[in-house]
Design a binder for this molecule. Structure first.
Ligand code: UFG
Length: 336
């Protein structure tokens, strides 16, 4: 089985690639390198010990996508590609809607034309209406609050409608919670451009001495220590979730949504202390005002993924922080 990974040079795509290759799948990576580097693919090749087919293509260029499908006999697509910065999406909504929706529509058109109808979509917990009680369940109502979240939710709807129109489609919508950590080799990991928005990449840069102080966005939430609680999931567990989704599609048609998280929440302060343990030093942190749009507590109900996919997250917060730090230390020397 040959699998196309759009955005396969990025954080989640590259880790998923290692798991698929290890399991014997042939893969093709398609990426426009707008938020990733070809060097990540070279390091991925080092991990798996073989060459990987790589297509430098923007999904918004439909003829280039057609060309990829005409040269590779693709059986299944894992669609990671997309712009994903919440704040930027608020500033540049047209860019987000155009890139994420047009890219996906081109991809789906080409797939339909070529008769390739197995699809795994990288969705997000951000699609849930924040008024739902935690833990979030797949049947809870949808209510994104920024253009990025809307693109995820709109693509979910497109895939639902497409599956309803043609029973040959087999689709899973994977709603990720907070993926962190890195490959145990330390050769690939999350590599955000500029100052990170997300907690763990920011903490990693403070630990590496590249940023001065961690900013804790609010300690007056209704949580045990007052700081925000999230469902962090190790990216290698998440990658395994994709493998299980691909296997599920071999026997299940239609469109099915799954949360991918651990079902457990950790506060900002708990994450910082796990990171301090991982890097062996105490990290400067200060309390600042709440960040607009943040919720107190978000975590997943993971029963459905366990029951249907056989997925359970195995790696805990200590391992997530240890692997993040291992990658952070090594990545300082990658000059690409
Ligand atoms: N936080 C800080 N300081 C920081 C960064 C974050 O205190 O420098 C706090 C936040 O307030 C929050 C927690 O750390 O309580 C996690 O924040 P992240 O930015 O790491 O993650 P979010 O839960 O806000 O967002 C993530 C993804 C989004 C996705 C969302 C889905 O980044 O893309 O989960 O719930 F949409």
């Amino acid at each position: 089985m040959k699998i196309l990974l759009t955005g396969g040079a990025g954080f989640i795509g590259s880790h998923t690639a290692t798991v698929l290759i290890e399991k014997g799948y042939e893969i093709v990576i398609l990426d426009d390198f707008s938020n990733s580097k070809p060097g990540a693919v070279a390091r991925l090749e080092q991990i798996v010990g073989r060459e990987i087919a790589l297509e430098h293509v923007d999904l918004c260029e439909k003829t280039a996508v057609e060309d990829v499908f005409s040269r590779h006999k693709i059986d299944c697509v894992l669609h990671f590609a997309g712009l994903k910065a919440v704040g930027e999406s608020v500033e540049k909504p047209l860019l987000y809607y155009e890139n994420n929706l047009v890219g996906t529509l081109n991809l789906l058109h080409v797939m339909a034309d070529m008769g390739v109808k197995k699809f795994v979509f990288s969705s997000s917990a951000t699609v849930y209406d924040s008024r739902n009680p935690v833990p979030f369940m797949e049947e809870h109502s949808i209510g994104p609050v920024n253009p990025y979240g809307w693109t995820k939710s709109m693509i979910e709807q497109i895939l639902l409608d497409l599956s309803a129109s043609d029973p040959e489609w087999a689709v899973t919508l994977l709603r990720y919670f907070n993926p962190i950590g890195a490959h145990p080799s330390g050769l690939i990991g999350e590599d955000p451009q500029g100052i990170p928005n997300n907690l763990v990449p920011y903490v990693a840069k403070v630990a590496a001495g590249q940023l001065a102080t961690i900013h804790i966005w609010g300690d007056d939430y209704d949580t045990p220590d007052g700081t925000g609680v999230r469902d962090y999931i190790h990216v290698m567990d998440l990658a395994r979730g994709h493998l299980l989704a691909v296997e599920y599609l071999k026997t299940h048609k239609g469109c099915k949504v799954f949360n991918l998280g651990t079902g457990k929440g950790y506060s900002v302060k708990e994450v910082i202390s796990a990171y301090e343990k991982a890097c062996g030093k105490s990290l400067p942190a200060q309390i600042d005002a709440r960040r607009a749009g943040d919720l107190a507590t978000v975590y997943a109900n993971v029963d459905l993924a366990e029951k249907e996919l056989g997925f359970t997250a195995e790696l805990g917060i200590e391992q997530m922080c240890a692997d993040s730090w291992n990658w952070q230390k090594k990545s300082l020397v990658f000059d690409e």
